[in-house]
Structure formats: C-alpha cells, structure tokens
Design a protein around this ligand. Structure first.
Ligand code: HSE
Length: 362
C-alpha cells in the first residue's frame, strides 16, 4: 500500500516560500526515491493559533518550521513534538539555544527532529558530522559562517563605508530581520553552538560562547589588513580537549591565501577536523530561500525513508549531550600583529590545542 506522509508548513517567508515551491517541483522525484507520497496539508501564515491548528490536524505527520526566532517557534516546535509530529526546522537560534532540550523531547516522543538547514543552509555540515563522521571523532570545527559580515567586510576593502555596506547586505536579503544579530556575532555563535553540540556531544548553547562582532571594524582597518596580506573576516572556531572545549567568534586577520578569506557574498566556508578523516573542507551557499529549501527537502527524504522502514518512527539526530562540558575562549591563543594589534591573526594550528590535553587560559 502506498504510504502518504502529510506535511504542515509553518511560515511562508523567504525559506517557507521556497520550501512549498520546491515540494511542488520535486514531488515526483521524492516519491520515486522514497516510495512515499508527500502531501502538503497546509501552510500556516496567520500567526501561532493558525500554526497550532495545522499541527493538530491529524493528517499532518511532519511539521516544517520556517518561522524563525525563539518565541512562537519554540512553543510550536515543542507542541508539534509533544503531539508526536516529526519536525524539520531551519531555525538556528532555536537549536543553538534550546536544541538539547528539544532533541531530548523528540527522543522521548519517538519522533525525528532534523535541522540541516539551520546551520549553514545548503552546506551539509550537520550530515557530515552526524552521518559521514559517525564512526570517527571530530575534535575541531571552524569557519566563516555569516554571509552578512563577509559581504560588509569585503565592501569595506573596496572603500565602501560600514553603514552603506550594511544597507547593501540588507537589500540583498542576506541579513537577519535584526541585523544586529549578524554584525554582533550572534548569528555565527548560534551556528557554532549548533555544530559544537553535534560534534562534541555537548549541551553547549550559544550564550556560553564568547563572541565579538564587526561593528568596530573600520574601512581603513579593512584596507590596511589587505595591504598587510590579510582580510578581516568573522571567524567562528571551536576545538575540544580531553577536559573541555574552546570556542569563540571574533573578527580575525585571515591570510589572503587561506580558504576562510575566499568566501564571497553569502558563502560559508567550514573546516571539520576528525581524528581518522583528517581535515574536511566544505564551501557553499550559507543563506537564501532555495539554498535552505534544498537541505529541508533532504531532511524530509531521510525522515520519510526511515518512517517507511520503521512504521512511523523517523529518527532524531541525538547527540549524547554532556551538560557539564566547560567552554573557554579560544582566540587569546592567537598572535597579534604590531601594526594592527586590534585583531588576532588566524592560524589553523590553534585548533590543535586539543593535543595539549589542557585548557590554556591566557
Ligand atoms: N544572516 C545570515 C547570514 C543568514 O548572513 O549568513 C543565513 O543564516
């Protein structure tokens, strides 16, 4: 008998709109690849009440949350999991701050909670850590994880003033609704926390990560960095030691030839270090409707395959969270230039602190 999976879509903005479009375009492909027909039962666009009614519709098996933020979205995701719905979310703020609790809730209800799109949109970092490296031990994750700051900093290198560069990033639709989240380093910290939770199996949430943004970076500094052979980029990095973790988000001087300096526009560049696999590099679109719809549909395909195999039980991504893991800042270990001492100089070797087996407090 043909299995049909009903989908309830929460939100219809940039990401939600791209998901409904993509579901339409790929319905047959998904059915061929999974043997399951996915039917969009409804789209909730009129607030939390409307969304709750859709979640409660007994024909809805999978809820796709694209509302964003941590107020209504948190209540709705919790409600959906409580009602036994599988959830796919693109909401990094939510996973970065409440992920461990929601993942535990999903596990206790026997439903799936998947969030590939929440980290770096189209760049498959969650799958890489959770699936490809499941038999390995990941000890470092680092990258340029925020497109808005990359585009502002590159514009300043070309001589554009900070305020104009920010308006341009907003017009292009890269920035968060409140762009303070981008420029203060919060958005990158959320993404780093989400990756650290998965990679280090810890309940570290983004407020515990030291972060500084790019609001104080000036056009002359961006240009001076270039003349010295660097680009200022917002770097997010974390590494694990036997006794805890180091994690930080900060503007840093990245050597021009380094992969982190090659990101353009909304691209994210991520390196993942694992003991067996060594260093993996991932680069691609870190924002945008179509770039987020792709991993959401990928998560849907994974979920419905599991549902088809196991009756009605899609599996969650369930790290074994260590609630006690300590987190210390990382960038104090980096050198500074005499001529531009405001920013640490990025060096991949800092990720090898894990080898010392000790926290190094500067
Ligand atoms: N504001 C984010 C960025 C969007 O600039 O990267 C994607 O998360």
């Amino acid at each position: 008998m043909q299995l049909t999976v009903g989908i309830g879509l929460l939100g219809h903005g940039t990401v939600g709109g791209a998901v409904s479009q993509s579901l339409k375009e790929n319905a047959e492909t998904i059915e061929r690849r999974t043997g399951v027909r996915c039917q969009l039962r409804g789209i909730a666009t009129r607030g939390a009440g409307d969304a709750r009614a859709l979640i409660d519709d007994p024909r809805v098996d999978v809820v796709i949350e694209t509302i964003g933020g941590t107020t209504d979205a948190a209540d709705l995701v919790e409600h959906a999991l409580d009602r036994g719905r599988h959830v796919i979310t693109a909401n990094k703020d939510l996973i970065a701050t409440q992920g461990p609790r929601l993942i535990a809730l999903a596990a206790s209800r026997g439903v799936g909670l998947r969030y590939e799109a929440a980290a770096c949109s189209a760049v498959p970092v969650v799958r890489t850590i959770h699936d490809a490296l499941a038999g390995d031990s990941v000890y470092a994750v680092a990258g340029v994880l925020n497109g808005t700051t990359t585009s502002i900093l590159s514009a300043m290198e070309e001589g554009v003033e900070y305020a104009d560069a920010l308006s341009d990033a907003q017009e292009r639709g890269y920035a968060e609704t409140d762009p303070a989240s981008d420029v203060a380093g919060l958005d990158a910290a959320h993404k780093l926390a989400l990756l650290v939770q998965l990679a280090f199996e810890t309940a570290v949430i983004s407020p515990r990560i030291r972060k500084s943004g790019i609001t104080a970076v000036t056009r002359p500094e961006a240009q001076q960095a270039m003349s010295l052979g660097y680009r200022i980029r917002l770097v997010a990095a974390a590494t694990r030691t036997p006794s805890g973790a180091f994690a930080e988000v900060s503007p840093a001087l990245v050597p021009l030839a380094h992969a982190f300096a090659q990101a353009t526009g909304v691209e994210n560049v991520v390196r993942i270090d694992a003991r067996g696999a060594g260093t993996l590099w991932l680069r691609g679109q870190g924002a945008g409707g179509a770039a987020s719809a792709s991993p959401i549909l990928g998560d849907l395909v994974t979920l419905v395959r599991e549902m088809a195999r196991a009756g009605d039980r899609g599996r969650s991504i369930v790290p074994r969270f260590d609630p006690a893991m300590q987190v210390a800042p990382l960038f104090d270990a980096l050198p500074r230039l005499e001529s531009l001492p405001q920013y640490p100089v990025w060096n991949d070797a800092v990720l090898d602190i894990h080898n010392s087996g000790e926290f190094i407090h500067a």
